[in-house]
Structures are given as structure tokens and as C-alpha cells.
Design a protein around this ligand. Structure first.
Ligand code: AMP
Length: 547
């Protein structure tokens, strides 16, 4: 079915094919199908992990197909994709025994068994479950199984197709489906609600992930007042990881910007969060913090990557700074003005590792500038400005929240191609061509190779090898998933890149795995930055304005 979707180039036809398929399923299978179509084994907010990677999958495939010697590697090199490798090997060397065709239910059971395997025998149990799945899979099914297990389909079939297909399957208005999916970011749940005509009842619920409200960048303080607001609520822009906290009667769950469950990485926050109340949803930022100041973002990243967070609790302390509350004790607060939501937060939050963001009102660009300098002096990235009367708008990047970072600024971009380096980086994919978003398209804007540590480059290189779309010899076109923050000295107009712009002296500030590729900077933002920089350059030449 997915090959059919892949083969048709018209979006309309893709949506119709998917919609027809979804409409044919019972409720349980509908949930499963939507989860798998997102390219993940479990719905967002589900803490289970498969814990199998390339190596485990490759070993099972080799054993099952008995492909001779280096054929596995040769096939992989040809495709540059483990899913397509699995399909080809299984087609060429089908397992001898009778296949029991896969169903959505058997796949779900298989994933549960893999994720549930624990302790000393876990590797064996995972391998056995993998073997059963691949044994019963038709070759193309095996390709998709691999893509789901390695979360590769995220790119191909995002919600861009899935949500319209859900609308088509249930006969609902696509806009209504999209709106509901911002409040409950689980397409399986949305599909079942759409089918039973229950979308209008959708609200933020503790325990169900939602899409974060985001801030639009501004390049000068006066731009923040553009919409003639009398006053703005100003907060520090914390340089940590954005999280949503869900407290239900059973548990506390902390979810990252990509809606992954990260609770286990921050054990010290759980008890304080449990003490706050029994049913709530907070929005905030986890920041590495010592004494009165934030610690660099890289330290926090180190904590996320470790398996033994307890060791790092002392070395890299963190705080959770909450700046919003969307639900508290049975009350939906989404439509309440920010000022009222903050009063609720203030009444709930203790001091300690879980705290309220500090903020104040600013009425003029000069006040904003002073606030900005204070934030920088205190070790923060910049400021976030919010309209005091604004509701919380899940999934929106509007003008109700704006952010201001210093200097020329940085861009969040996605890597679309990687090239081999030279000298000590020969054989390593270390030069990255990156792109910004222009609607649904990605347009390239620059290339950078400096700024990362050898370890980070080695990690990226391995990932790009495993996620190559096309191998061009000296370079590889790669799946546009890895987000980088790049700094630069200027933006110039240029024909060299599809965007029509180029960055001068781009350097990589950091890898932004906390940010999904759907949220990178846009070509519109590049245009605005280009214009603002040109204005600034003109201002510098002419001297300061006389007013
Ligand atoms: P950026 O990471 O540059 O896209 O900046 C936007 C991010 O700033 C948001 O997604 C939040 O993670 C973060 N942020 C930091 N401080 C705040 C704050 N006080 N209010 C809202 N968002 C914040």
C-alpha cells in the first residue's frame, strides 16, 4: 500500500489511497496504522523504546537470509538504506519456511516484545522477535518495518499526508483534523475521534502530548511592538531544552520538543513535580544551572546522552523553569490570557528545582533593550516577548510570542548533503550543505565544516552513511533530518544556492537534535534578516539616527 502511495506523485491521489486504506480498518488497527505511518513503533508520548539498531537488525537479516559472505554489505552499499537492503535480500533469499502474513496486530505485538525485553536475556529475546517479524514479512513490508524501527519514515510520510488522509477517511474537514492534532499530537487518537465525530471535544489533556507554541524571531526591539501593543511581557530566553510536563494521577512525564519522553534523564525533577499537584500540564525549559546562573547548553546535552543520569545529577545540576500552564486541576486554560495563566502557575509552583520564569512588563523599545542587556549579563541567550493578553496557541509560531537573540543571529538549518573531508577527515562525511525551508520545499543556503568536535563529526558521519538518499561518490544526499544551528558574518544574495542567498563564513554552533526538521528557519526569515542587516549596515555608514 505504501509503495502505491510512494509511486503516485499527486498529493491528491496519495491522500485518497491512504484515506481509503484507513477507512477500511477497525479502530484498533486504525490507531496502529496511524502510528506506523508516522514512522514510529509507538505513539508520541509513549515511553517505550525498541532499543534495536542497525547492528541488531543487520545481524538478524544476515542470519535469516543466509546471504553469502559480504553480500549484505555489498547490497547495503548499493542502496545506502537498510530498509531497501532488507527488501532485496529477502526477495533474493526468502526464508524457507511457510510465512504467516503480517498483520498490523502482529507487528504491534512484535514491537511490544522487542521493547519489553529486559535483563540478561534481552538481546536474545529482541533478536527472536525481530527474526519472527522479518520471517513473516514480504520483502517490501520488511523495508517499511526497518524504516519504522529506525524511525526513518518520519521524513517521507509526515503528518502532511497523514492528517488529510485521516480527514478523507472520516469525511471530516481537514482544517478541523489539523486543529485537533495540535492539541493531541497522536494521529491514531485523532483518527479514532474523527471517525466517531468527537473532534470538537478535543482539548489539552494531561498525559497526551500537544504541539508547543513557538516564538517568531525579531531583529530589533521596535519590531516586537509592531502590532501596536501597549506593553509586552518579557522573559529571559533560556538556553536549554523545551519541555512539556504532564502530571496524571499515575505519573509525571517530561516530553521534549520532538515529543520524546525524557523523564528518565531528569530524576531529580520528578518528586518536586509530583508534589505540585495531581493533574496539570506545564510548558517550560530545562536548563543546566548552578547557583544563580545557567550553565552552557552542551552540558545539558551531555546529560541527555548518558544512560546513567544519576552520576550527572551532581556534576550537571538542572532546573525546570516553567513559563506556562495549559491545564490545572480539571481546568482548561488554553483560552485564558497569559497574565491569568501566570497567576495560576505562581500559586502552584514552589521554589527549588522547579520554578517560575522571571518576567516583567516593558512599554518601550528602550525598556526592551535594557531587559535584553540584563538577560545577556545574567548568562541567557536573549529575551522572549509575549503579549499579556495572548491565549496559548498550540503549534503556532505567530506574533503573540517573539524572540530576540543578539548579533547577526544564527539560523537553524537542516543538512541535505554531506561530503568527505580531507587530511585527517578523509573518509569522514564532515562538510555539510544545509538548507532552510520555503513552504514545503527545502532550499540550500550554505555549506560549513567547522565548529564541531571530532566526536560530533564522527557521530554525524555514521548517521549520514546510514541515512543516505543518493550516493554521489565524493558526496551523499542525505535524509533531511539533522538540524544544525549555524552562525555567520553576513547574508549575501547569491546564485550559488537554491535559496538565492549565501552565508558568509558560516560555522556550526551546535547540533540541534532537540529541534525537528519541520521547525527550522524559513526563507522568509532569511529575507527579513538580509533586509535588517542591510538597514543596519546603512545606519552604521550614515552614523546613528539623529532622533
Ligand atoms: P529557538 O530555539 O531559537 O527556536 O528559540 C525558541 C525557543 O526558545 C523555544 O522553543 C523555547 O524552547 C525557548 N525559550 C526559552 N525561553 C523561553 C521563554 N521564556 N518562553 C518561551 N520559550 C522560551
Amino acid at each position: 500500500m505504501l509503495d502505491e502511495v510512494r509511486a503516485t506523485s499527486s498529493t491528491r491521489a496519495k491522500v485518497a489511497a491512504l484515506g481509503g486504506y484507513l477507512a477500511s480498518l477497525g479502530d484498533d488497527d486504525l490507531r496502529r496504522a496511524c502510528t506506523f505511518l508516522r514512522g514510529a513503533p509507538f505513539p508520541p508520548g509513549d515511553p517505550r523504546r525498541l532499543g534495536v539498531g542497525w547492528v541488531a537488525i543487520g545481524a538478524v537479516l544476515r542470519e535469516l537470509t543466509r546471504a553469502p559472505g559480504d553480500e549484505f554489505h555489498a547490497t547495503y552499499r548499493r542502496h545506502g538504506d537498510l530498509g531497501d537492503t532488507a527488501a532485496e535480500l529477502l526477495a533474493r533469499y526468502p526464508p524457507a519456511l511457510f510465512r504467516a502474513p503480517l498483520t498490523l496486530e502482529t507487528v504491534a505485538r512484535g514491537f511490544e516484545a522487542i521493547a519489553g525485553a529486559q535483563g540478561a536475556a534481552s538481546r536474545r529475546v529482541k533478536a527472536a522477535a525481530l527474526r519472527t517479524l522479518f520471517h513473516d514479512a514480504a520483502p517490501r513490508e520488511a523495508a517499511y518495518l526497518v524504516k519504522i524501527m529506525t524511525s526513518d519514515m518520519r521524513v517521507g510520510l509526515r503528518e502532511g499526508l497523514l492528517l488529510p488522509a485521516i480527514a478523507s477517511a472520516s469525511g471530516r474537514d481537514p482544517a478541523e483534523v489539523r486543529r485537533a492534532a495540535l492539541l493531541i499530537a497522536d494521529p491514531g487518537e485523532i483518527a479514532v475521534r474523527a471517525r466517531h465525530n468527537a473532534l470538537h471535544e478535543t482539548a489539552i489533556e494531561p498525559g497526551r502530548p500537544f504541539r508547543f507554541m513557538l516564538a517568531s524571531p525579531v531583529d530589533a526591539p521596535r519590531d516586537a511592538f509592531a502590532a501596536s501593543v501597549p506593553a509586552l511581557w518579557v522573559e529571559d530566553k533560556y538556553d536549554g531544552i523545551r519541555v512539556q510536563v504532564h502530571r496524571t494521577a499515575e505519573r509525571v512525564a517530561i516530553l521534549s520538543r520532538t515529543l520524546d519522553v525524557v523523564t528518565a534523564a531528569f530524576p531529580e525533577l520528578v518528586a518536586p513535580l509530583e508534589a505540585v499537584g495531581r493533574a496539570y500540564v506545564f510548558d517550560g525549559e530545562i536548563v543546566a544551572w548552578e547557583g544563580a546562573r545557567p550553565l552552557p547548553f552542551v552540558l545539558l546535552q551531555q546529560r541527555l546522552q548518558r544512560r546513567d543520569p544519576l552520576r550527572f545529577m551532581v556534576e550537571i545540576p538542572v532546573v525546570l523553569i516553567c513559563f506556562d500552564v495549559l491545564h490545572a486541576g480539571g481546568r482548561d486554560l488554553l483560552g485564558a490570557p497569559l497574565s491569568a495563566r501566570r497567576e495560576v502557575l505562581q500559586a502552584l509552583l514552589p521554589r527549588g528545582p522547579v520554578r517560575l520564569s522571571a518576567g516583567s512588563l516593558a512599554r518601550t523599545p528602550e525598556e526592551l533593550e535594557a531587559r535584553f542587556r540584563a538577560a545577556r549579563d545574567a548568562g541567557h541567550e536573549g529575551i522572549v516577548m509575549k503579549r499579556p493578553d495572548s491565549p496559548y496557541q498550540p503549534g503556532r509560531r505567530g506574533r503573540l510570542w517573539t524572540k530576540w537573540k543578539p548579533g547577526v543571529g544564527t539560523l537553524d538549518v537542516v543538512v541535505v548533503a554531506a561530503e568527505y573531508g580531507h587530511g585527517k577527515r578523509a573518509g569522514i562525511l564532515s562538510d555539510y550543505t544545509f538548507a532552510v525551508r520555503d513552504g514545503a520545499r527545502l532550499v540550500t543556503i550554505g555549506k560549513a565544516y567547522s565548529g564541531l568536535t571530532d566526536e560530533e563529526i564522527a557521530g554525524l558521519s555514521a548517521w549520514f552513511h546510514a541515512h543516505t538518499r543518493r550516493d554521489l561518490g565524493a558526496a551523499r544526499l542525505v535524509e533531511p533530518v539533522r538540524v544544525l544551528e549555524v552562525a555567520f558574518d553576513a547574508i549575501t544574495k547569491s546564485r550559488r544556492h537554491d535559496s538565492g542567498y549565501a552565508l558568509r563564513f558560516p560555522r556550526i554552533v551546535r547540533i540541534r537534535d532537540d529541534k525537528p526538521a519541520g521547525e527550522i528557519d524559513t526563507l522568509d526569515r532569511v529575507r527579513a534578516m538580509h533586509a535588517a542587516l542591510a538597514r543596519r549596515a546603512a545606519g552604521a555608514r550614515d552614523g546613528p539616527p539623529s532622533s
